[in-house]
Design a protein. Structure first.
Ligand code: A2P
Length: 316
C-alpha cells in the first residue's frame, strides 16, 4: 500500500493530504464508502454536520474500531460548524452533537463552514450582528476543552483570514476552499501557505455531483478537459487521478468525494502519479477563476451578503 503524503502542523500532528469527501454521500451509502476508504488505506475523512450523514459515518467508524481494523489515533477526522450555530454559546453544544453523531471523543479538525451567519430559522444575519471573531474565539475554547485538536475555517478569502490572523489569539490553522485547475486561487493558496495556514482543496474533480441549483448550462466540465485527458493518457492514469495529484503537488490536502469502491481506490492510487514540470505548466494554463460552488445560496433579495462581500472579490 502506498502511504499518502502529510501536512505537518506546528505541534507535530500530521494530516494525511488525501482524504475522503462526504458532501452529497447519501446516508444510505456513506457507511460503506467510509469503510471501503479506510480498508483501501484512507486515514482522513472530511465531514460536516450539514451533510446530514454524520450518524451513519459514526456507525461505520465504530464498526471499524470494534473490529480492530483501524484505531482512532490513526485517523484524521474533520467536521464543520454550520452557519446557524455561530453564536458563541451554540458552539460547544453543536460540536458535542457532532461528536455524539460521529461516536468520537474529539475531532482532529473543526472548521467554521462559511463566513456566513444565520438564525436557526435559516434567516441570514450580517457579520456585524454575528462577528466571525466571536465565533472563532468560541472554537478556540473547544481546543482548550479538548474536543478538537485543531481549528480552521472554510470558504474564507485572504482578507477575512488576515482579519483573524490580526485579531485572534489562536491563529487559524486551515482554510478549506474550492480548488481545481479552473479555480486555482494561487494568491489565496500563497497567502495561506506563507502564513502557516494549511489549505484543503474541495471539489477537486469539479464537483460533477453538485446540486442542480449550482449547475448552469455553460459550465465547463472539468473531468472532460482535453488537456487533462492528454496528460492522463501519457501517464496511463485517469483525469481524476491527474487532478488529485496536481492538488497534492501544490501542497494542499484534497478530499475527492466518492461512494463507489472502485473510484475510492482509484482516487487513492493517485498518490503514485508524478506530474512533470511540463504537465504542471499545462495545468496552470487552464485557470479561469471558475467556481462551481458559487455561494449564490447566500445572496438573497435585501439580505446581508453579496457575492462580492462573500468572496471579497470585485466581480465586475
Ligand atoms: P460518485 O460518488 O458516484 O463516485 P468532487 O470531489 O469534486 O465534488 O467530485 C465528486 C464527484 O465526482 C461525485 O459525483 C463522484 O461520484 C464523482 N467521482 C469521484 N471520483 C471519481 C473518479 N475517479 N472518476 C469520475 N468521477 C468521480
Amino acid at each position: 500500500m502506498h502511504t499518502t503524503p502529510h501536512i505537518t502542523f506546528a505541534n507535530g500532528d500530521r494530516l494525511p493530504q488525501l482524504g475522503l469527501g462526504t458532501w452529497r454521500s447519501e446516508p444510505g451509502e456513506v457507511a460503506s464508502a467510509v469503510q471501503a476508504a479506510v480498508r483501501a488505506g484512507y486515514r482522513h475523512i472530511d465531514c460536516a454536520a450539514v451533510y446530514g450523514n454524520e450518524k451513519e459515518i459514526g456507525a461505520a467508524l465504530a464498526e471499524l474500531f470494534d473490529a480492530g481494523e483501524v484505531q482512532r489515533s490513526d485517523l484524521w477526522i474533520t467536521s464543520k460548524l454550520w452557519n446557524d450555530a455561530h453564536a458563541p454559546d451554540d458552539v460547544a453544544p453543536t460540536l458535542l452533537q457532532t461528536l455524539a453523531d460521529l461516536q468520537l471523543d474529539y475531532l482532529d479538525l473543526y472548521l467554521m463552514h462559511w463566513p456566513v451567519a444565520s438564525l436557526p430559522s435559516g434567516r441570514l444575519i450580517s457579520l456585524d450582528e454575528r462577528p466571525l471573531l466571536a465565533t472563532w474565539n468560541a472554537l478556540a475554547a473547544e481546543v482548550k476543552a479538548g474536543r478538537c485538536r485543531h481549528i480552521g475555517v472554510s470558504n474564507f478569502s485572504a482578507k477575512k483570514l488576515a482579519d483573524l490572523v490580526r485579531d485572534a489569539a489562536h491563529k487559524p490553522e486551515m482554510n478549506q476552499v474550492e480548488l481545481h485547475p479552473y479555480l486555482q486561487q494561487q494568491a489565496l493558496v500563497d497567502y495561506c501557505q506563507s502564513n502557516g495556514i494549511a489549505v484543503t482543496a474541495y471539489s477537486p474533480l469539479g464537483s460533477p455531483g453538485r446540486p442542480a441549483g449550482l449547475v448552469s448550462g455553460d459550465d465547463p466540465i472539468l473531468l472532460q478537459e482535453p488537456v487533462l485527458a492528454e496528460i492522463a493518457a501519457a501517464h496511463g492514469v485517469t483525469p481524476a487521478q491527474v487532478l488529485i495529484q496536481w492538488a497534492l503537488q501544490r501542497g494542499t490536502a484534497v478530499i475527492p468525494k466518492s461512494v463507489k469502491p472502485a473510484r475510492i481506490a482509484q482516487n487513492l492510487a493517485a498518490v503514485q502519479v508524478t506530474l512533470s514540470a511540463d504537465d504542471v505548466a499545462k495545468i496552470t494554463a487552464l485557470d479561469r477563476h471558475r467556481r462551481y460552488v458559487t455561494g449564490v445560496f447566500w445572496v438573497t433579495e435585501g439580505g446581508p451578503y453579496t457575492l462580492a462581500t462573500l468572496w471579497d472579490e470585485d466581480l465586475g
